[in-house]
Ligand binder design. Structure first.
Ligand code: S3P
Length: 173
């Protein structure tokens, strides 16, 4: 069974995904890193040279062609919200939505060294960033909420990871 971690930028999908994968002895994949390898370009460069629409196509194709069978997969924040991808995600595995408030997202995005083309220009202006995050999250939540499981992503400790692992294992039976 595959596990898909979905949620807004900065919600901790990759970090939770890596920790969960190592606890459960599963393979870990990050869609952004895989697309970067395929394209031999970093995400900001893809956005700059190819544009967001082309990136959404890349995400769709990557997901369609995904053939792993026992992996934890961290998806880009926009992946479930475009191109009917949420249907595919639900067909291909169990999905987990990492829930985080706009305020907490903003704090994490400001601290993060990752360059995220959709919010980069607002990083020096907390108020503007909060407004953008709130607007985007409003539009995207309808997709995220379709996930099979919802996880409070504010603090994910070892106990929470173990609980999640148990829920995942029980779904496999
Ligand atoms: C995006 C999220 C990013 C990355 C790209 C677009 C989005 O991934 O795919 O910058 O549309 O939310 P993370 O959620 O891992 O930051």
């Amino acid at each position: 069974m595959n596990i898909f971690l979905i949620g807004f930028m900065g919600s901790g999908k990759s970090s939770v995904g890596k920790r969960l994968a190592s606890r459960m002895g599963m393979k870990f994949l990050d869609s952004d890193r895989e697309i970067e390898k395929q394209q031999q370009k970093k995400i900001p460069e893809i956005f700059k040279k190819n544009g967001e629409l082309a990136f959404r196509q890349m995400e769709k194709e990557w997901l369609q062609n995904l053939e792993v069978s026992n992996a934890i997969v961290s998806l880009g924040g926009g992946t479930p919200c475009f191109e009917g991808n949420m249907e595919l995600i639900k067909q291909k595995g169990t999905s987990i939505y990492l829930i985080l408030s706009p305020e907490a997202i903003v704090s994490r995005l400001i601290k993060s060294k990752n360059v995220r083309p959709l919010v980069e220009e607002y990083k020096n202006d907390r108020e503007a960033l909060l407004k953008v995050v709130e607007e985007m999250l409003n539009k995207r939540e309808v997709f995220y909420k379709r996930a099979d499981l919802h996880l409070d992503a504010l603090s994910v400790d070892a106990d929470k990871l173990d609980q999640l692992g148990n829920i995942i294992r029980s779904k496999e039976d």
